[in-house]
Design a protein around this ligand. Structure first.
Ligand code: C2O
Length: 440
């Protein structure tokens, strides 16, 4: 469909209410079903949605309080619900083969014993995850903790998730599942290039790249700086000034933007500098419509990052796309263990994105490496230490063509089966995934 930017207002996904609470847990119920939504102004598009929302409703969790989600699959395809970035027992992790069959309900339990972070939940059904996420099965899961909520950061209506992704929508409204190079529509919280009315003050924006298969590089059209305060797994040690934010598929960053630099009545556009030449760069327009009191600020110290323990195990992972999407030459097989480790083991993984032979016309794809269960630390790219914005707690990392990236993690505390994979979900759907068994 024709692209008319800023034709409608951005929505903030509704916060899901629990159906019941106990002293220590909140119970939620969600139904996965098809629904019709207006993504492009004036057109109705059928999507696969959690709780009738596109993207899914936001779950707000608090450290130390368990969240239980009963997921009912009213679709005609299999699903599996994974909490991305969650430290979760294997049976609740949403593994590729732990399917919720059509008509079935499955319960997922999230202990929330990790630091505050912007997590998300999404489909992970083997071979279907790319299409299911593309069609809408994704939502934000915002975990807070007493330390983070005690900081004077912007909160309440000034703390906003932005779920960014691409899509292809035909003139009749159909959402077509296709190659990322044919997805010209850019969606923020389920609307094509919306506008968002803000007050002239600071906002905490939680930016998620939920695109199944593309990375985005975001900057303000006027070059205005902003402050990154958190990455995938939680707060950074301290704020980092940025002019551009690049997120590979599934990466998140929290930024604080001060709209007080603009007079009321002015607008500023957030652009994707990684847009293809054939695409429009605009992603979202902020319209400064009012003044508001602002007592928030970004402290110089945000968090104390845990030390990186000495690794006793080193492993290499080679991600290839030619002739097929593989890790170390192998396609995902749920019955084969690729990595065996034990609870408490500290490891360094080197992830390589190298082509040994590059036939003419084969695109050398970037990858987005993700592993379940742990938050890791990115040590270096091709031996160069990473900058402060990438030095915090991570669960997903971009591996650019030709690069080798080292990450460090400690396996704990739940033994069981998990997976690691490329989060360009078209790649994982085609087998660029491995199985890790964590032994007690
Ligand atoms: Cu966000 Cu294994 O996935």
């Amino acid at each position: 469909a024709r692209i008319v930017p800023f034709a409608h207002a951005m929505q903030v996904p509704p916060v899901l209410s629990p159906v019941s609470r106990t002293d220590s847990s909140d119970l939620y119920q969600l139904r996965m079903a098809e629904t019709e939504v207006e993504i492009v102004k004036g057109l109705l598009t059928t999507v696969r949605a959690f709780g009738g929302c596109f993207p899914g409703p936001t779950i707000r969790a608090v450290k130390g309080r368990e969240v239980v989600v009963q997921q009912t699959n009213d679709l005609d395809v299999h699903t599996s619900v994974h909490l991305h970035g969650g430290h979760v027992r294997s049976q609740y992790d949403g593994l590729p083969m732990d399917l919720v069959e059509p008509g079935e309900t499955r319960e997922y339990r999230y202990p929330n014993e990790q630091v505050a972070a912007s997590l998300w939940y999404h489909d992970h059904a083997h071979g279907l995850e790319a299409e299911n996420v593309y069609r809408g099965l994704a939502g934000a899961y915002l975990l807070s903790d007493p330390h983070e909520s005690g900081l004077p950061l912007p909160g309440g209506e000034y703390d906003i998730p932005l779920l960014i992704r691409d899509a292809r929508i035909e003139t009749d409204g159909r959402l077509v599942y296709t190659d990322p190079y044919e997805c010209p529509h850019m969606l923020v919280n389920g609307k094509e290039r919306p506008y968002f009315e803000v007050a002239a003050r600071k906002y905490r924006l939680r930016v998620f790249n939920v695109s199944p298969n593309r990375h985005v590089s975001l900057r303000f059209a006027d070059g205005a700086p902003f402050t990154q305060i958190a990455s995938d797994g939680g707060l950074l040690a301290g704020p980092v000034e940025l002019h551009e934010l690049t997120l590979a598929g599934a990466e998140r960053a929290e930024i604080v933007v001060d709209f007080a630099r603009y007079p009321v009545g002015e607008s500023v556009v957030l652009e994707n500098t990684a847009a293809l030449e054939t695409e429009r760069p605009e992603v979202l327009r902020f319209d400064i419509t009012r003044t508001a009191e602002d007592r928030s600020r970004v402290p110089d110290v945000l968090a104390t990052l845990p030390p990186i323990p000495e690794a006793t195990v080193h492993r290499d992972f080679w991600l290839t796309t030619f002739p097929d999407t593989r890790i170390n030459g192998r396609k995902y097989d749920p019955d084969r263990t690729d990595v065996r480790t034990t609870v408490g083991t500290s490891e360094i993984w080197t992830i390589h994105n190298h082509l040994t032979r590059r036939p003419a016309g084969v695109f050398h794809a970037p990858h987005s490496f993700h592993t379940h269960l742990v938050r890791f630390r990115v040590l270096d790219r091709d031996g160069e230490p990473v900058g402060p914005a990438e030095a915090g707690l991570k669960d997903t990392v971009a591996i650019h063509p030709g690069e080798s990236v080292r990450i460090a993690m400690t396996w704990g505390e739940y033994p069981g089966e998990y997976v690691y994979h490329c989060h360009h979900l078209v790649h994982s759907s085609h087998g660029q995934m491995g199985r890790i068994d964590v032994l007690p």
